[in-house]
Design a binder for this molecule. Structure first.
Ligand code: TYM
Length: 332
């Protein structure tokens, strides 16, 4: 039996090294397993929960789509589409709203954080965001959702909603499972390693964009915040900066962290920073080349997006209809 894998990314701000290591890299590995049926979306309906400049938003959406392909997601192997092109998402989201409690949404950590950050625009969409995310996942009878740690709470609520609906109507939705990468599920800021590396961080030195030039990447790693000791060892609590660098290097060089710790015995933090920066440049270089080629062929990207949306709709429509029928709607 094949497994359905579903995940999505918002085309807002910049695509970060955290997005790549924590999520997209995992998606591409899951795509390589022929037993998996992979579906990946640009969550562009989620993006407007925070106000966007229309021109920048439009450019970002194309750019993120091209980036996903440049990172190895292949529209021939996976379904790769824009959430806004498949209207079943918004429809199911409304239905699920009626099976979700306000108290549940009020408790969501990301809602609380984003409300504090955007206190002038605490819109209904921001609060409803996890319900739309549940709709994304449940529409495809998803088995596994590969994400970074910050999204796990939203997957838990998607499971609760699915179980609630199934409890009332029988087997409508598959109850999905969140899956994390063993190493790299939470890449930290380079300037404050107790915080997640985030697309929306106002300090550009804290964040690596996957499209940064090599020289910019090296500069950011050289100025990464570490600690006042000199020993290179993994200790996320007491040495978050060094641990973050070891994590990134471990993913880029595909080497276990304990092997790296041995290699760095007697060396200085500066060595670790430079080697990590170089490994990141190396890892991102082929992706950037492919990205530039893809961005020169927007017609091809749009064609892939259109075909992706059609394939997604074919799966989503019957699942939505089954739920509508169970609720009692008249289908025509
Ligand atoms: P988004 O766009 O914020 O992030 C996309 C993916 O990247 C992961 N991620 C990280 N992983 C490790 N370290 C980091 N510093 C880091 N920063 C981000 C996120 O966990 C995520 O997996 N709501 C979602 C998008 C979404 C979605 C979905 C995801 C919409 N519908 C359905 C899964 C299933 C979001 O805003 O992710």
């Amino acid at each position: 039996m094949s497994k359905v894998i579903y995940s999505a990314i918002q085309p807002s701000g910049i695509m970060t090294l955290g997005n790549y290591i924590g999520a997209v890299d995992n998606w591409q590995q899951m795509q390589a397993n022929e037993d998996n049926k992979c579906i990946f979306a640009l969550a562009d309906l989620h993006t407007i929960t925070v106000r966007q400049d229309p021109k920048k938003f439009h450019e970002n959406a194309m750019s993120f789509y091209a980036l996903l392909m440049a990172m190895g997601l292949d529209p021939k192997k996976s379904i790769l589409y824009f959430q806004s092109h498949v209207q079943e998402h918004a429809y199911l989201s409304w239905l699920l709203n009626c099976y979700t409690y306000v108290g549940e949404m009020n408790r969501m950590t990301q809602f609380k954080d984003k409300s504090a950050k955007h206190s002038d625009n605490i819109n209904m969409g921001l609060m409803d965001y996890p319900v739309l995310m549940a709709a994304d996942i449940l529409l495809y009878r998803t088995d596994e959702v590969p994400v970074g740690i910050d999204q796990m709470q939203h997957i838990e609520i998607a499971r609760d909603i699915a179980e609630r609906v199934n409890g009332i109507y029988g087997d409508i939705f598959t109850v999905p499972k969140g899956v994390l990468k063993k190493v790299g599920a939470k890449i930290m800021s380079l300037q404050d390693p107790t915080q997640k590396m985030s697309k929306s961080d106002p300090n550009p030195k804290a964040v690596i964009s996957v499209l940064d030039d090599d020289s910019v990447i090296m500069k950011k790693f050289k100025s990464a915040v570490t600690d006042s000791e000199t020993i290179i060892k993994y200790d996320a609590e007491n040495k978050p900066g060094v641990s973050n660098l070891l994590t990134i290097l471990s993913v880029c060089e595909n080497k276990p962290i304990d092997v790296l710790e041995k290699e760095f015995e007697g060396l200085m933090y500066g060595h670790l920073k430079i080697r990590t920066g170089e490994a990141v440049c190396e890892m991102l270089r082929p992706m950037k080349e492919r990205y530039n080629q893809l961005m020169n062929d927007k017609g091809y990207l749009l064609q892939c997006a259109k075909e992706g949306a059609e394939k997604a709709r074919e799966i989503a429509r019957p699942v939505l209809d089954k739920f509508r029928q169970a609720i009692g709607y008249v289908l025509i």
